[in-house]
Write a protein that binds this ligand. Structure first.
Ligand code: HEC
Length: 193
């Protein structure tokens, strides 16, 4: 009799182990490590570094400085950008972190978890809302070009959550990035400031 029970016990143990495994990672809810890894992959393949990571100029052009991963525009003394006109209406700095165009001048934001200058204080909800709506922090002014939020807004919630999760794990870098500057007043009716 006892011998007959053994296979049943093994089956029961196996079933409960399977249940335990499922319980640890229910469908649609991956393990935290896997979520961060997915986020890292998405950040690396969705061009976030192209605009948000400072660069060093190499012989073939700008190269990512990954010691300052996603720290955004680093302030240096720059002359005012050329006027936006003609066949070259958009200008960028060499690091591809400052952009001038018909919308004014925009600066790639610090995406590190630094509390004061990065997105350390942003909730997951704020992050997703910003990307989905194209509004600063999901609620205020429009997010300016060339931030391709229209592209990323098509990502799934799961992917945006993964990106957010990864952004929480990179080193926090204190680097204040400027607010955008409006375009030079066109035909200014009255001088206000
Ligand atoms: C082509 C350049 C470019 C690419 C690529 C890019 N960004 Fe941006 N991003 C910007 C610029 C410029 C701003 C600042 C826009 C502004 O101040 O309105 C910005 C702003 C942001 C903001 C702040 C939005 C807010 O509410 O103020 C977040 C978050 C962000 N980017 C995340 C990302 C992520 C994540 C990726 C990759 C998946 C990415 N960006 C790729 C240029 C880019």
């Amino acid at each position: 009799m006892k011998k007959l029970l053994v296979p049943g016990a093994i089956a029961a143990a196996a079933a409960s182990m399977a249940l335990f495994t499922l319980g640890a990672a229910p469908a649609g809810k991956a393990k935290p490590g896997a979520v961060v890894a997915r986020g890292k992959y998405l950040v690396a393949t969705s061009a976030c570094n192209d605009c948000h990571t400072p660069k060093n100029m190499g012989p073939n052009g700008p190269e990512f400085d990954m010691t300052r991963e996603l720290a955004g525009y680093v302030a240096v003394k720059m002359p005012a950008p050329p006027a936006s006109s003609g066949a070259w209406p958009i200008h960028a700095n060499g690091e591809l972190t400052a952009w001038a165009g018909p919308w004014g001048v925009s600066y790639s934001r610090n995406l590190t978890p630094d509390m004061n200058t990065g997105i350390g204080s942003w909730s997951e909800e704020t992050f997703i809302k910003a990307i989905r709506t194209g509004k600063h922090m999901g609620v205020s002014r429009p997010i300016l070009p060339p931030m391709p939020w229209q592209v990323y807004s098509q990502m799934t919630d799961q992917d945006l959550k993964a990106i957010y999760a990864y952004l929480r794990t990179i080193p926090a870098i204190n680097n204040p990035t400027p607010d955008p500057a409006p375009p030079p007043a066109a035909p200014a009716p009255t001088k206000k400031k």
